[in-house]
Design a protein around this ligand. Structure first.
Ligand code: ZN
Length: 436
């Protein structure tokens, strides 16, 4: 009889204790919120666009004010009221318009934020030195997002980017918050995706003697690069590995297992698509071409090109079209490309795509980036299928590596006999860029 009474009592005791602790915790959190949000302006900083590209969180917005200001920054403020500050670019027209960066891969580096909760605020210093904080109101169609940091020393953080409404006592406020906590990377989340170009019925380019296929070389390189990047501690996924490719539907780029879809399915931050270049005739000098996204800083592309040239003992390509720097290329859709896509639409009876300026030419770079890279394959052209992430505000930063020319003997011999050199060069560039 005694026992029957005792256990429910112990249970009740722990329930009450738990409830008290929980209430205290909630209370502290509310007090902290109250303290920070109470000190913000009645007006909001309104977000018109926000996206995550690679590791970068980018925000664009406006405040309804026209007076001249001294300084404006974006602030991450934690509950201890410590601030991390990021400069904002701004322009005052009929309102104050601000953004973090003009480059899609330069923004708030999400991998560099310590564990904690942070309010995202806009901080304005006026000409008379008074400081005003503005809470953020999200007027985009995008709500919360989940981001996982790149694996370093076997460790990962998860960042919940969230928007909320806060009602307590005298304060009613909308806000943006980043919640950073340490986690184990979920099984279906990866750091980086390697895409061995072509495959299946699509052999890609052929060597002049027709002995070597681009699709076979890229697959061999992809597998070796995966092992090499895994030695850095990165979690790496291949879009194809030579098995079951047809059944899995890898070649349907926008299908469930399509090469343009896998990277966002697994929340990868980076994609390297491996190719060999070609021309309809033999050339004596070939070389490396790294294709980067439009509107981005070219640091990673440059580092990839430089390290491949150095470690593989090869040279930069002599190609000058779309060239931005030695070995670095940014190919975008030209007016002619856009014109022909309109003609194609008319011929196939669908409404032409609304293609924005500076849209990347290569579908892997464009479609994997979502809104950051102006992806547009929305299914209206039934020949292409539909990219489920064309409208997404998170996307992986994608580079297309043309390691050399398959129609250049010097390049082909080097690629066939000096795989370690190329792999080492790429690995070195990844290691530096990701700060591993
Ligand atoms: Zn190719």
């Amino acid at each position: 009889m005694k026992k029957v009474i005792k256990y429910p009592l112990v249970l009740l005791f722990f329930c009450i204790l738990g409830f008290i602790l929980y209430s205290l915790f909630i209370d502290t959190e509310k007090k902290e919120m109250n303290k920070i949000l109470k000190n913000t302006n009645d007006d909001y900083a309104i977000i018109d666009k926000y996206f995550i590209y690679g590791r970068s969180l980018n925000i664009e917005g406006h405040i309804d004010m026209v007076e001249e200001i001294k300084d404006i920054s974006l602030v991450l403020k934690n509950f201890n009221e410590e601030e991390i500050e990021y400069d904002l670019k701004y322009e005052i027209n009929d309102k104050l318009e601000f953004k973090i960066s003009d480059e899609i891969n330069t923004g708030i580096n999400l991998d560099n934020i310590d564990v904690g909760n942070y309010y995202v605020l806009v901080k304005i210093t006026s000409n008379d030195e008074t400081i005003n904080y503005y809470s953020i109101k999200n007027e985009t169609e995008y709500k919360n997002n989940e981001y996982y940091t790149i694996t370093k020393n076997d460790k990962n953080n998860k960042i919940l980017i969230d928007f909320g409404k806060y009602n307590l006592e005298e304060i009613k406020k909308e806000y943006m918050i980043l919640k950073v906590k340490k986690v184990n990377l979920p099984e279906n989340v990866y750091d980086i995706v390697i895409d061995p170009g072509h495959g299946g019925k699509d052999s890609g380019a052929l060597s002049l003697d027709e002995k070597y296929y681009e699709s076979e070389i890229t697959l061999d390189y992809g597998k070796t690069l995966k092992e090499s990047l895994e030695k850095l501690g990165l979690k790496v996924k291949l879009t194809r590995d030579g098995t079951n490719e047809e059944e899995l539907g890898i070649y349907d780029a926008y299908g469930k297992n399509g090469r343009a879809v896998i990277p966002n399915n697994v929340k990868a931050k980076y994609v390297l698509s491996i190719h060999l270049n070609s021309l309809p005739y033999k050339i004596r000098t070939g070389g490396v071409e790294v294709y980067a996204p439009t509107l981005s800083n070219l640091d990673f592309a440059k580092s990839l090109a430089d390290n491949i040239v150095e470690y593989a003992n090869t040279n930069y390509s002599l190609g000058s079209t779309f060239k931005e720097d030695d070995g670095v290329y940014v190919r975008y859709l030209t007016d002619d490309d856009i014109e022909s896509s309109i003609v194609e639409a008319h011929n196939n009876n669908y409404e032409p795509y609304d293609i924005k300026p500076n849209t990347p030419y290569y579908f892997m770079i464009r479609e994997i980036g979502g809104i950051a890279t102006h992806a547009y394959v929305d299914g209206r052209n039934t020949d292409y299928g539909e990219n489920p992430y064309y409208d997404s505000n998170f996307g992986a930063e994608t580079y297309l590596l043309e390691l050399g020319y398959i129609v250049c003997d010097k390049d082909l011999n080097n690629i066939l006999n000096n795989k370690e050199g190329y792999i080492e060069g790429i690995t070195e560039a990844v290691k530096n860029y990701l700060e591993i």
